[in-house]
Design a protein around this ligand. Structure first.
Ligand code: ASP
Length: 335
């Protein structure tokens, strides 16, 4: 019998910028540098055992400047090359990495390939950087192929793409998915868990984003009349209310802000200002305004998932019912 040689997986790396590839400018600020410069600090890439191919944003960005256009650009590269590659690694800044991983999760639902996004807290060119390790582990996961969805690797954990949030500005352990177990973790090697969850069997790709949405955070004592006046002069397509606890708002249905929200007839998506547990609209009387507004429960969604899901919903579906149906449904495990 013939021995069958194991094929090396083909992996596409997409470099967008972020701390991982940054250097200090003359004024002492961190600025993104080129992919070639980043790769100078990554030894032994051949040992990963994959055929790597690279692509970079024309101008690598601090992720502060990554938004809908870049999400569509990354999703487009992956969509167009989905058949040629066994997996994808996206190198990205940490500040908005969870927004990008959420957006990619919705845009590339059912891709059924590993799409692993990662970065680092310390530039790869500096001592003590977490860049090489995060990059290697993301490549290993993309090559392994067991995870067939968008996921975010950081430090020692792999998080589901639409369930993750940045929780620490400094620690190497900068991310968490408070309402969802990790997909894999690093101990002696990478141990996979919870990768058998049902995933969409066929591709449901979306390619439009409309950023005319707004997140309104409620804090005690805020001047809601001012907010109501401001809302009156705006033309949003949807609004996210970040409510207190389980889904409570300091507003009554006689208040100006209630009347304004009612008049706008927008899809209203409700998330909690707490990291864990999600919302249950109407459990308290203080959530009554939300029930009266026919607001949509965001369940256990992170802010990142809610923002990207709403932007994608209002762009891809024309009528109120379809937008609502999309928002209410658990699309990629975010709910
Ligand atoms: N400002 C940086 C960025 O998000 C921070 C980082 O990458 O850690 O691009």
């Amino acid at each position: 019998m013939k021995k069958i040689k194991k094929m090396r997986p083909n992996i596409k790396v997409i470099y967008t910028g972020g701390t991982i590839g940054m250097v200090k400018s003359k004024d002492g600020h961190y600025v993104p540098a080129s992919l070639d410069r980043l790769l100078e600090y990554v030894p032994n890439l051949a040992e990963i055992g994959a055929n790597l191919s690279f692509e970079s944003f024309d101008k690598p960005l601090d992720s502060t400047f990554v938004g809908p256009n870049e999400w569509l650009e990354i999703a487009g590269v992956i969509r167009n090359q989905l058949q040629q590659f066994d997996g994808f690694v996206v190198l990205h800044g940490t500040d908005t990495m969870a927004y990008t991983s959420s957006a990619l999760s919705f845009l590339l639902k059912g891709a059924l390939k590993p799409i692993v996004i990662t970065g680092s807290q310390i530039p790869i060119c500096e001592e003590g950087s977490d860049g090489v390790e995060n990059f290697y582990n993301a490549l290993k996961i993309a090559s392994d192929g067991r995870v067939k969805e968008v996921a975010l690797w950081f430090h020692k954990s792999l998080y589901k793409g639409a369930c993750v949030t940045k929780v620490d500005t400094k620690s190497m352990n900068g991310f968490s998915s408070p309402n969802h177990p990790v997909l894999a973790k690093l101990s002696s090697g990478i141990e996979y868990e919870n990768t058998d969850e049902k995933l969409e069997k066929s591709a449901f790709f979306l390619d439009k984003i409309n950023n005319s949405i707004f997140v309104l955070n409620f804090t005690p004592g805020m001047d809601l009349n001012l907010v109501a006046q401001w809302l009156e002069s705006n033309t949003f397509k949807g609004i996210i209310l970040s409510a207190l606890g389980l889904g409570n708002l300091p507003i009554k249905i006689t208040d100006l802000i209630y009347k304004q929200l009612f008049k706008m007839k927008l899809p209203i998506l409700v998330i909690s200002d707490c990291l864990k547990g999600g919302v249950e609209i109407g459990k308290y009387e203080a959530g009554h305004a939300l029930s009266a507004l026919n607001a949509i429960s965001g369940g256990k969604m992170t802010k990142e998932a809610a923002v990207t899901k709403l932007m994608i919903a209002v762009a891809n579906f024309n009528n109120e019912k379809d937008v609502r149906d999309y928002l209410i449904k658990n699309q990629v495990g975010e709910y």
